[in-house]
Design a protein around this ligand. Structure first.
Ligand code: ADP
Ligand code: MG
Length: 622
């Protein structure tokens, strides 16, 4: 993966930079790369140590910050300054986490409930983005130390259910840590990639990714087709994981030794020791039938059978979530072709057995479950580096897709970040009587005016039979198929005339271009809103001018001379304002013209009704 190239300008040799894959986890985080020789994904670790970096940050008295195993030691002695589970706070307001506030042993600020949360450490305040950046910075420097080369580009994973704000927060954390985040991908997608699922182009499969970590449980049902990962459903429990297994063991020992909760609460040292022993026991019982140890004078013992009995209800809970996820995705277990196990807690035998029994087939557990997400992120990084050309990974649309409507406005049919494949249809109509064609121009981008977006294609729907304005029903449908190709179809529903074109919306845009376009839309948001309002007023004015002129022309004989000249004046003024007036001026003039035409419009309506009552049809006259 580390390529050597020659810089044509300087003639010097350059090493092309490696893109790393990062699993930024709630409990543990790690970095993986594609090994330059074996071409296989590997997790980075220093000899003999673990690849996992606990996602824990400790702020020392003198401004020193430690991350990982070092920081973990402070969980007991210095809980107020030791931050864990920062990922749970990403993109959240205090209101979002209010019900779980007691979970956090450090200070989460609760004064301004609507805005994003901050954490207070001493007299300093940190956002979850800054906290995650500390972890990412540590991962970056570890990777650089191990690889002995600078690392500045990464793919970072997030849970499939993360919303836009949470994804953006993760991206920002990366930036803050000095990383260029080339892509954010879903954890279950990464796990499937690590197993090579979806790598073959023509593969079509529905798979389940079961992820039981330290504190969270996620089940995702994915459809893979033609290298596209579509999240069909997600379910889970954001407060269920391996930590709860440990807690069960601790509580079991407390019962056995008559230790009360008060006793434990007042002896944090003992509490932490028991917790660590419980975790040790849990891991030990994966290979042995019994665990024996001691803390102080307490003799601690637990058998594999006892452990399984303790956690059985928790495992059952995860299976209920699996059932719900299947239901939401519209599948039964028989429809699931592969099951991928993710997260350290899936090392527990009972978990593997029960999940396998639930789905009625063997599960994928060949790779290290706590590394598998990072390994998949590395596979994705390799694809982005261009080393795996025949494989394009798309699971969401990076930018909005829409059409141009009256006045050059962008009408979005498929918003950015929509899952693909997808289909959206909307109805439009004609502006003029007898209009026989409609021009359809397809754009990509986030700005309100199409001229600021990127034009992808345009075509004419012709042959619409003559009808009054507003009567034709033109259905426009946007369909992004599994190949990432946009198919735009326009069909006039009354006559059946239709026109279809194909566009490749994603191609030709780099991640940087996408980002620039997004930045632009944020920068210009205010100005865009104003422009949109003006264009809408202009459009309304033009339509009113048209319809009033037509009406006056048809009904001349019923109007007074004054009404005729005043209306003509008002129309002329409005026409001038459409060209050069402000939104408010145009709207004022629209109102004036409406006021002016109201008396005679009403008078003519009365007349029409009288005629209708005496046997004539209303529509004969108008
Ligand atoms: P996260 O995705 O939440 O960051 P991980 O996937 O790293 O978390 O999982 C961490 C959890 O896995 C911890 O609760 C840890 O105790 C548990 N775990 C790690 N190894 C084992 C093992 N051999 N047996 C049982 N549980 C394990
Ligand atoms: Mg995880």
């Amino acid at each position: 993966m580390a390529k050597i190239g020659i810089n044509i300008a300087t003639g010097s040799l350059q090493q092309e930079e490696m893109i790393v894959g990062i699993d930024l986890g709630t409990t543990n985080s790690l970095v993986a790369i594609i090994h330059p020789e074996s071409k296989k994904p590997v997790a980075l670790k220093e000899h003999n140590s673990s690849s996992l970096v606990p996602s824990i940050i400790h702020f020392g008295e003198h401004g020193d910050v430690t991350v990982g195993d070092e920081a973990r030691k402070f969980l007991v002695n210095d809980p107020a300054n030791t931050i864990f589970s920062a990922k749970r706070l990403m993109g959240k307001s205090y209101d979002d986490i209010r019900n779980n506030a007691s979970f956090f042993t450090y200070k989460v600020i609760d004064d301004n409930t609507d805005s994003l949360v901050k954490i207070q450490v001493g007299d300093k305040f940190y956002s979850p983005i800054e906290l995650s950046a500390f972890i990412l910075r540590e991962l970056k420097s570890r990777a650089e130390h191990i690889l002995k080369t600078p690392v500045s580009k990464a793919v970072i994973t997030v849970p499939a259910y993360f919303n836009d704000a949470q994804r953006q927060a993760t991206r920002d954390a990366g930036k803050l840590a000095g990383l260029d985040v080339l892509r954010i991908i879903n954890e279950p997608t990464a796990a499937s990639l690590a197993y090579g699922l979806g790598v073959k182009g023509d593969e079509e499969k529905v798979i389940a990714v079961y992820d039981l970590g330290g504190g969270t449980f996620d089940i995702s049902i994915l459809r893979i087709s033609n290298g596209i990962f579509e999240v069909l459903s997600t379910n889970g429990d954001t407060y269920l994981g391996g930590d709860d297994f440990d807690r069960e063991i601790v509580q079991n020992w407390m019962k056995e030794h008559d230790i009360s909760s008060e006793q434990l609460n007042s002896n944090k040292e003992l509490m932490q020791q028991l917790r660590l022993k419980a975790e040790e026991a849990k891991k030990h019982l994966g290979k042995q039938d019994v665990y024996i140890s001691n803390v102080d004078d307490y003799q601690l013992q637990i058998t594999a059978a006892e452990f399984e009995k303790l956690i059985q209800p928790l495992v059952k809970k995860t299976l209920v979530a699996c059932e719900n996820a299947l239901k939401d995705a519209g599948f039964s277990v028989a429809g699931i072709q592969e099951i991928v196990m993710v997260g350290g807690s899936t090392r527990v035998n009972l978990v593997k057995q029960e999940v396998s029994r639930f789905f009625g087939k063997p599960v994928h557990a060949e790779l290290d479950p706590d590394e598998v997400v990072a390994l998949g992120a590395a596979v994705q990084a390799d694809i982005l580096a261009g080393n795996n050309k025949d494989f394009l990974l798309l699971d969401i649309t990076p930018l909005s897709l829409g059409v141009e409507t009256m006045g050059g406005l962008m009408d979005v049919l498929i918003p950015r970040n929509s899952k693909i494949p997808t289909r959206v249809a909307r109805q439009y109509t004609t502006q003029k009587d007898g209009q026989s064609g409609i021009k359809i121009a397809v754009y990509q981008g986030e700005r309100d005016l199409v001229k600021d977006n990127r034009k992808l294609a345009s075509f004419d729907l012709t042959g619409i039979p003559a009808m009054p304005a507003g009567l034709p029903k033109v259905e426009l449908s946007f369909m992004i198929n599994a190949d990432g190709i946009l198919v735009v179809k326009a069909k006039e529903l009354r006559s059946g005339v239709e026109q279809v074109i194909q566009v490749k919306p994603q191609y030709g845009l780099t991640d940087e271009e996408v980002e620039t376009m997004l930045m632009d839309s944020i920068l210009h948001a205010k100005e865009d809103i104003a422009t949109r309002a003006l264009v809408e007023a202009q459009t309304e004015a033009r339509q009113l001018i048209d319809s009033t002129a037509t009406f006056v022309e048809k009904n001349k004989i019923h109007l007074t001379a004054d009404e005729m000249t005043n209306t003509a004046d008002a129309i002329e003024k409005l026409s001038a304002l459409v060209e050069s007036g402000t939104k408010d001026q145009i709207q004022a003039q629209i109102e004036l013209l409406n006021e002016l035409s109201k008396p005679y419009a009403e008078r003519l309506m009365d007349l029409a009704i009288q005629r209708a009552i005496s046997g004539k049809n209303i529509t004969d006259n108008f």
